[in-house]
Design a protein around this ligand. Structure first.
Ligand code: AMP
Length: 285
């Protein structure tokens, strides 16, 4: 029978619980989340369980990564359901700090990242975002000091940013990426999918479908520009406003003009109604 996870909401409680968990040199995995947990998050928890003896999940809706016009206020908060899901997975610890604890009065530090954080993808449309993510992830890693931390490939650029930061700042945790979990119709799972109206929900898988079509065209040796143009049209025809649809080097995120031998990733962001969706996939030739 999985036991109920310990819930820590203060730093002393967190440290006490971690000391207990680390007895007999047990290793600890951290899965950082903003709650509103779905099966994508749960897949990260399962990967964490395979990679470490004990699993901590943080639930913190991080104000620092939302721009003023974004959805911080309305972001779904589903504590009871989240806690029940994590208990069912046998998670050991839920770290659930509040904004005052994370950013007390007088807080004056922000982690600045370059490299993957300035690749011209999400950063072009959400200039606040990666500074806020890097700052909160640096804090979470410093607070929990996990052996490994799991991040989803769903937020592909974020995974690269966090990996770079953990390496550059010697944060001590090994960052592990987890594959994207999708609904049966291909839509990437996201806490924000609840914003979609039934009609938009029906149209939303077109983003993933169009991306698969681009990958198929590339596999048939169509040139990159025309494959991307065809994909962009499919996405627009489904009612999306496209922010970007681009092929990038899978590791450095450097722009590609053609698909060659180097590992490549197709990345997209598009808005349907008022909901912005992101997705990405491997380009196989
Ligand atoms: P969030 O709560 O949206 O900040 O996401 C927390 C973590 O879950 C991040 O590392 C995300 O990349 C990951 N994640 C979100 N959606 C998915 C998904 N559909 N498949 C796999 N991982 C996901």
């Amino acid at each position: 029978m999985p036991h109920t996870p310990a819930v820590a909401r203060t730093l002393p409680a967190l440290q006490r619980t971690l000391e207990n968990l680390r007895k007999r040199r047990a290793t600890v995995a951290l899965v950082p989340t903003m709650g509103a947990l779905h099966d994508g998050h749960i897949s990260l928890v399962r990967l964490a369980k395979r990679g470490a003896d004990k699993v901590a999940v943080s639930i913190f809706v991080n104000p620092a990564q939302f721009a003023p016009h974004e959805d911080f206020g309305s972001y779904p908060r589903t504590w009871k359901a989240d806690a029940a899901k994590l208990a069912a997975e046998g998670v050991d610890l839920i770290w659930n700090p509040d904004a005052k604890l994370m950013y007390p009065d007088g807080f004056a530090t922000r982690v600045e990242i370059e490299g993957p954080a300035t690749a011209g993808l999400e950063d072009r449309f959400r200039p606040h975002f990666f500074g806020g993510v890097a700052t909160v992830v640096a804090k979470l890693l410093a607070q929990v000091r996990p052996d490994i931390a799991i991040f989803g490939e769903k937020d592909y650029q974020q995974l690269k940013v966090v990996t770079q930061m953990a390496r550059d700042l010697n944060l001590g945790a090994r960052i592990i990426g987890a594959p994207i979990m999708r609904e049966r119709d291909g839509l990437a799972m996201s806490s924000r999918n609840v914003y979609l109206t039934p009609e938009q929900r029906k149209a939303a898988p077109a983003l993933h479908r169009a991306m698969k079509d681009v990958v198929r065209r590339l596999r048939q040796s169509e040139d990159l520009a025309s494959a991307l143009a065809a994909g962009s049209k499919l996405i627009a025809d489904a009612g999306f406003k496209l922010d970007y649809l681009e092929a990038r080097h899978a590791e450095t995120l450097a722009p590609l003009t053609r698909i060659g031998k180097e590992p490549a990733r197709l990345l997209a962001a598009a808005t349907i109604g008022t909901t912005r969706l992101i997705d990405n996939m491997k380009i196989q030739r």
